[in-house]
Design a protein around this ligand. Structure first.
Ligand code: SF4
Length: 364
């Protein structure tokens, strides 16, 4: 039975800058259950990564966060697996961003992998220093050995000695497919390939046995064969634990293979949410339909034909269109309706919701 791990309720993230207010996330709702993978897709700037940062209470200034992010944390107990079934509920938007609670959650209970591992690994530190930085920023330090970085992360969140931490680091490197992990543990990031560095980031993120992994474009910088290996590793590790994954990407092909459920975002709002099969075979929102039509399909087009693309461009965030913000680009635009009324979240099928006036009666 599904057990909620993270409940995001009416999340709003605004940046008040000189030019005006940007609503990076505008009333976002989502439940992530234990053991499930939720994919979040959308064009650049739609609010996917800001949402991920809000979960970890890492929204940079001058960002203002409101709403709730409820983390259902299992308390330590006497059950056979070491965890009791009682949970405490923590609103991650309300905890001190530098306090003890968020330091336990960030990098310990919730791990995160970013797109570009070299901005995360420091080449000149040993694993320990790298781990410290990884703990706070989830970045690899270029100046530390990768083993030290993993060990420091583990020691920051688990009661282990340095020797035990190193043994865990070697085991994690083996799990993510780094050859000769006993030797590679003493490498600096620059001695590894791009794919290997991303595996090290996954090893760091998973070294504390998180209950959830946030993967933000984790394979975008990698070639397709390495991407397939990384996705296999994530799937295998998820199957061996009850870990949830929040998979953020603009790559529909990748998310189709990984997620149980998909949320489509546009201009800070969720516009459609459904189980993966339903979303791909029966998309309801015109934006989702346009995204799916823009995927190249082998043998579908004669050579020379142009791929379908979404008309227009993403609107100016300081001057959003009235009504439905997608209306200037929408092939199903209804004048006098879509540019006047703001659509609401409407159930359009079993476990399938869309934010579109095609499915609701308005103005009556
Ligand atoms: Fe298109 Fe109107 Fe639906 Fe917006 S509300 S997606 S403009 S049909």
């Amino acid at each position: 039975m599904s057990e909620p791990l993270i409940e995001i309720k009416d999340l709003r993230v605004e940046f008040n800058v000189r030019e005006g207010v940007v609503k990076a996330v505008d009333g976002f709702n989502l439940t992530i259950n234990r053991g499930e993978t939720v994919g979040v897709i959308g064009e650049s700037g739609c609010g996917k990564s800001v949402t991920a940062r809000a979960i970890l209470n890492m929204v940079p200034k001058p960002g203002k966060v409101s709403g709730e992010i409820l983390y259902h944390r299992r308390a330590k107990g006497a059950a056979t697996d070491g965890l009791s079934r009682t949970t405490e509920v923590i609103d991650l938007t309300k905890v001190d961003p530098d306090g003890e609670t968020i330091r336990q959650v960030r990098g310990g209970e919730i791990g995160m992998i970013f797109q570009e591992p070299m901005s995360s690994l420091t080449p000149v530190y040993s694993v320990g220093t790298l781990i410290n930085e990884a703990v706070s920023l989830h970045r690899l330090s270029p100046v530390k050995k990768i083993g030290d970085q993993i060990t420091e992360t583990v020691q920051a969140h688990r009661r282990v000695t340095k020797a035990e931490g190193r043994a865990i680091a070697i085991e994690m490197l083996r799990k993510v497919g780094i050859p000769k992990p006993n030797e590679r543990v003493d490498n600096y990031p620059h001695q590894l390939s791009g794919g290997q560095r991303q595996r090290v980031m996954i090893a760091i993120a998973l070294s504390c046995e998180p209950v959830m992994l946030i993967a933000d474009e984790p394979t975008t910088a990698l070639d397709v064969s390495i991407e397939a290996q990384i996705l296999d590793i994530m799937r295998e590790l998820q199957e061996s634990s009850d870990m949830a994954i929040l998979f953020i990407t603009h790559n529909l092909g990748v998310v189709a293979n990984m997620a149980h459920e998909i949320v489509v975002m546009y201009m800070g709002k969720a516009v459609e949410r459904a189980k993966v099969q339903d979303l791909f075979y029966n998309p309801k929102h015109p934006y989702t339909q346009s995204l799916l039509q823009s995927i190249p399909k082998l043998g579908q087009k004669k050579s020379g034909e142009r791929l379908a693309s979404i008309a227009g461009s993403v609107p100016n965030p300081f001057n959003l269109p009235s009504g439905c913000v997608f209306h200037p680009r929408c092939p199903a635009f209804m004048p006098g309706k879509c540019d006047v009324f703001t659509p609401k979240w409407t159930q359009v099928g079993e476990e399938h919701w869309a934010n579109c006036l095609l499915y609701e009666e308005v103005g009556k």
